[in-house]
Design a protein around this ligand. Structure first.
Ligand SMILES: Nc1ncnc2c1ncn2[C@@H]1O[C@H](COP(=O)(O)OP(=O)(O)OP(=O)(O)O)[C@@H](O)[C@H]1O
Ligand SMILES: [Mg+2]
Length: 241
């Protein structure tokens, strides 16, 4: 379980988070929606301790994240698969080495075990026979899939997705959305998806949280939230915010 309690964060004089309260339940897929620059990526970074709150609390499975030591943070991060906004693959490494990266760093798996695990992860994202290719030989959608395969390599308890469909054409975006939903079902993990794609979020999420002016303006099942009152929510759901 992930918990934000009254989390505030400013940069220079700019208040980005102004009291975020949010609980992510075990096993759910929750999407965070909000305008560009609204603090969505900043929020994700608090979960794995890349950023610390100025005020308020961030908890993951009973651990108070801002007070964890470097070693404890390393341990925590092993339990998270992260698909960063840039979804950067290492361009100088093959697909196999990209997916194997954390396995080589954190485990003592043999080459055979690594081959097996890499194939298993690529299978989960429906890619086959691409191990030897370099990232620049892949399409945008394939690169996202490889990023996803890398994120699940360590069998994480959580996956954090930052804008998983940005930069993809609408058709590929839908395929990646379906893949995220299927991974969630197959792997029984807890997922947080940051996106500005309302349709994607409503299609794949158990709950959605709308960020507005540094706070959670609404949270609940997509059909509940979209029924909510108020100009702001309506605009939001229509993609105008
Ligand atoms: N490390 C940092 N130092 C200074 N300012 C930062 C830092 N990280 C984020 N910000 C600022 O915080 C604000 C929120 O950024 P954030 O990346 O969380 O937005 P976002 O909601 O993810 O937007 P987008 O949808 O465009 O990705 C921005 O104004 C950004 O410039
Ligand atoms: Mg962002």
């Amino acid at each position: 379980m992930i918990e934000f309690k009254d989390v505030h964060k400013s940069f220079d004089n700019k208040q980005v988070l102004r009291g975020i309260n949010l609980t992510v339940q075990e096993g759910e897929l929750i999407s965070i929606l909000g305008p560009s620059g609204g603090g969505k990526s900043v929020t994700l970074k608090h979960i794995i301790g890349i950023l610390k709150p100025d005020r308020g609390e961030v908890w993951v499975d009973g651990q108070f994240v801002p007070k964890l030591s470097r070693l404890e943070l390393q341990e925590l991060r092993k339990r998270f698969g992260v698909l960063f906004q840039s979804a950067a693959l290492f361009d100088s490494m093959s697909v196999k080495e990209n997916v194997a990266f954390t396995l080589r760093m954190h485990t003592k798996m043999t080459e055979k075990e690594i081959d097996h695990r890499v194939a298993e992860c690529l299978d989960q994202v429906e890619l086959h026979g691409v191990e030897k290719l370099d990232p620049d030989e892949l399409s945008g959608g394939m690169r996202k899939r490889v990023g996803l395969a890398r994120a699940i390599a360590m069998k994480p308890d959580y996956i954090l997705y930052d804008e998983p469909t940005t930069g993809l054409d609408p058709k590929t975006a839908i395929i990646i959305g379906e893949l995220i939903a299927r991974l969630q079902e197959n792997l029984k993990i807890t997922s947080v998806v940051v996106t500005h794609d309302v349709k994607l979020a409503c299609g794949i999420s158990d709950r959605i949280a709308l960020f507005h002016e540094g706070k959670v303006a609404a949270v609940g099942a997509p059909e509940e939230v979209s029924k909510g009152d108020g100009e702001m929510i309506r605009k939001f759901m229509e993609g105008q915010l």
